[in-house]
Design a protein around this ligand. Structure first.
Ligand code: 4FD
Length: 234
């Protein structure tokens, strides 16, 4: 997969994308992530990316020209278009990201992520350029950069060969609707706090049953909304 990001803060991405699993995925050529500075696609000498809203009012609006030019340049350079490409705008007004949406996005060949700022974006970007608006949750941030990084992380770990087999299978089987069972590591007795004895028994079928029950119990208690979805699927 190739992911192009359009942003006015390219430096924000470097630390996050060049560490851990995403770094390894890039090294293994499972994903290529390219960060573009929106200002490089402006036409005026001040590299302005925003302007005052028509009709008046406070704040600034992101101009359509640099965003259209950036997307067109990315498409031209790599001859990417059509069904394998998804152009995404990160916005609080979008469809909320969940495991199922991340899974669907992980099947595209190319993603172009547009990070918005200020009070908003010229509506023509949404209407004529963007395929899909995505939100990472019901809260407002200063920009779409953190949401873009969250989306990238959730998608990249689902690309085949990025994670170890066990983890990816687990997340697939319940599509994120089952919470994790409690986990423990050494020591078995930490300051008088004991690990459940079943986990020390070596009886692996019994351990699997315990874990499944614990995961279902936890999901039912903490996320009744997810628990209902689990019941519906069966
Ligand atoms: N909840 C999110 C995304 C972006 C954002 C912005 C229009 C504001 C939160 C376009 C308005 C972008 C989210 C930038 N805040 N702020 O996913």
């Amino acid at each position: 997969m190739r992911i192009d990001v359009i942003t006015i803060f390219p430096n924000m991405f470097k630390a996050v994308l060049n560490e851990s699993i995403i770094k390894r995925a890039q090294a293994k050529n499972k994903v290529k992530i390219i960060i573009h500075n929106l200002r490089d696609y402006t036409l005026d000498k001040h590299r302005k990316v925003d302007d005052r809203p028509f009709g008046g009012g406070a704040g600034m609006v992101m101009s359509p020209e640099p965003i259209f030019r950036a997307v067109e340049a990315i498409q031209a350079r790599c001859r990417i278009k059509g069904k394998g490409l998804r152009i995404i705008l990160l916005t609080p007004q979008g469809k909320q990201l969940d495991q199922k949406l991340a899974k669907r996005l992980s099947r595209y060949k190319n993603l172009i992520l547009i990070c918005g700022h200020y009070e908003g974006i010229d509506e023509r970007v949404r209407q004529y350029l963007v395929d899909e608006e995505i939100s990472i949750g019901d809260y407002v941030l200063t920009g779409g950069e953190l949401p873009a990084m969250v989306l990238i992380d959730s998608v990249v770990r689902l690309i085949p060969g990025v994670l170890g087999k066990r983890k990816s299978l687990k997340s697939e089987s319940f599509e994120g609707n089952l919470l994790e069972y409690p986990q423990y590591t050494r020591p078995a007795n930490f300051r008088g706090m004991h690990v459940p004895p079943i986990l020390l028994s070596g009886n692996h079928p019994a351990i699997e049953v315990w874990r499944k029950k614990a995961a279902l119990k936890r999901t039912k208690e903490r996320r009744p909304d997810l628990f209902k979805k689990l019941l519906k699927r069966k």
